[in-house]
Structures are given as C-alpha cells and as structure tokens.
Ligand binder design. Structure first.
Ligand code: MN
Length: 281
C-alpha cells in the first residue's frame, strides 16, 4: 500500500458509571467537536467481578438520530423496545440498531456460563437526511458472522469487507468497516481503508505494533488518513476491534442519548418526549 496510516491519537479508556449502576470503560463520547466523525461513542462493558453485586443495566431510555451497535463476546444482553421488538443478544451476536426518529428501549446484561459479561457498544452517527428515518434493526446471529482465518489471522467481519469476506450488516449510511481481529504472535496484518474515512482500533487483549507504535490493551487508537492500516504482532498475540467509516462533516448537537444537527432539533425532541409524540408509528 502506498500510503499506510500512522497513528494520530492514543486514548486511555476511562471508567464511568452509566444507566443503572453499569460500570464500563468509555473511550469516546458524543461531543460537539465531532473529532471521530462518523463515530460518536465507544463503550466496553465488562463486569467480571462478583463483588460488583447484582447486575443492573440500562432501563427504558430513548434514542434519536444515531445507530447503536452492540457486540457481545461473553454473556448476553436482553433488549425490549417501544415498537414491540424483544430479543437476546448472545455471545458473538451483533445488533445494529438504527434509531432514526426514535425508539425507547431497555438493555439488560446477563451473565454467561463463565459468569462474565463482556461486550462493546459503538454509536455511529446518521446524516441529517436520515436522522428522522424509520427505526430499523439488523440482528446478526454469531453463527452467521463470516470469519476469515489464515496464517495466524482470524477476522470476524460484522460490516464491510476483509480479505474478500463480506459482513452481513449492510446499507449503513457511514459505509462502515467493523471487524473483530485476532492475530497470533509474529503475524502481519494489512487492511485497506478508503482514504478520507475515519479509522479507529480498540485493542482489548495482548499487544501489537500499530503503524510504528506498540499498543497494549486496553487502548483506543485513532489513525491519520491513508489508504490502509498495518499491524504486526511480535511476541504476544493481540485482539482488537477495527472500525472505519465515512465522516458526514455536518455540525452535531449531542444531548444524552440523542445526537441531532441543531439544538432546536434537540429542544423539539425533548418537547415530543414530554407530550408523548416522540414515538411515531
Ligand atoms: Mn440504548
């Protein structure tokens, strides 16, 4: 590749409490500066310590103007929404939820056989023309997420394409790439990413050299522009989520679980929540 991307930023996730007593590691959150456009938030939830007590979750809450992407590695998340959808996102499953003009939902984590809960939630922005689109789910069962496996590289392809393997999540405005990548020690990995797209890697196990920097778990890295990323594992294996997408380059007005383009649209959203017209059938 002619123009391999270098690293522009290394982010140390911060522990935060969200929802009802959910402890999670947050790397990015919606901000007006929109520096990770089209990505808004990346949360890593892991409650492996029994001293944390009973598992809480995210009771009924609204979303508008964004997509929330839940990917579970261990345990499960039970969800239920205002439109009558209900289901369980189990280990290895993905739920790509386009909130569009609005949903109210609850997300309740459940321990797996190991006793652990481990997963990620990514928020992807919607462009202004789709913020009020009808809500839509793409739910992908673990068994139907295609995997590429060769020469020490294992990639589960959620969205986009890697080594000719195409992910099942489609027709997303940001044209995203979302990969779960595992490299054995002493392995080289190159992934093409269109120039101009924002690219992030969340390193959550092991360590490897990303571009020319050694990154160990747990860190989020942001790449500079270029047409590919290059990762090389040395003595250790590594596992990371790789995400890339086309920025919308629009102003954003984030407010809790809503991300619109203007404060007027946020005000309107709050009015609709109060007067009961938020959910549109
Ligand atoms: Mn939610």
């Amino acid at each position: 590749m002619a123009n391999s991307r270098t690293i522009s930023q290394i982010i140390e996730p911060q522990y935060v409490i969200e929802g009802a007593d959910v402890l999670l590691r947050r790397s990015i959150a919606p901000k007006k500066s929109n520096e990770f456009d089209p990505f808004l938030l990346f949360d890593h939830f892991a409650f492996n310590d029994p001293i944390e007590g009973p598992i809480r979750g995210f009771p009924m809450h609204p979303h508008r103007g964004i997509e929330t992407v839940t990917y579970m590695l261990e345990g499960a998340t039970h969800h239920r929404d205002s439109l009558g959808n209900e289901g369980t996102i189990s280990a290895g499953d993905v739920q790509w939820m386009t909130s569009g003009r609005g949903i109210l939902h609850e997300e309740l984590p459940r321990r797996g056989e190991s006793g652990n809960i481990y997963g990620f939630q990514l928020w992807v922005n919607l462009p202004s023309k789709l913020k009020m689109t009808a809500p839509r789910y793409q739910e992908v069962n673990a068994a139907t997420i295609p995997t590429y496996e060769k020469d020490g590289i294992k990639i589960r392809v959620v969205a986009g394409q890697a080594n000719g393997v195409v992910g099942p999540v489609t027709e997303i405005a940001a044209s995203p790439l979302y990969l779960d990548v595992e490299l054995a020690s002493d392995t080289d990995f190159i992934q093409p990413i269109p120039s101009g797209h924002t690219a992030l890697a969340y390193v959550f196990e092991g360590e490897a050299v990303f571009a020319d920097k050694t990154i160990e778990a747990v860190h989020l890295v942001k790449f500079d522009d270029g047409d590919s990323i290059r990762v090389r594992s040395e003595n250790k294996s590594v596992r990371f989520m790789l995400m890339a997408g086309q920025p919308f380059k629009e102003p954003i007005a984030p407010y809790g679980p809503f991300v619109m383009n203007t404060m007027e649209e946020i005000q309107q959203t709050l009015v609709e929540l109060r007067n009961g017209t938020f959910i549109k059938s």
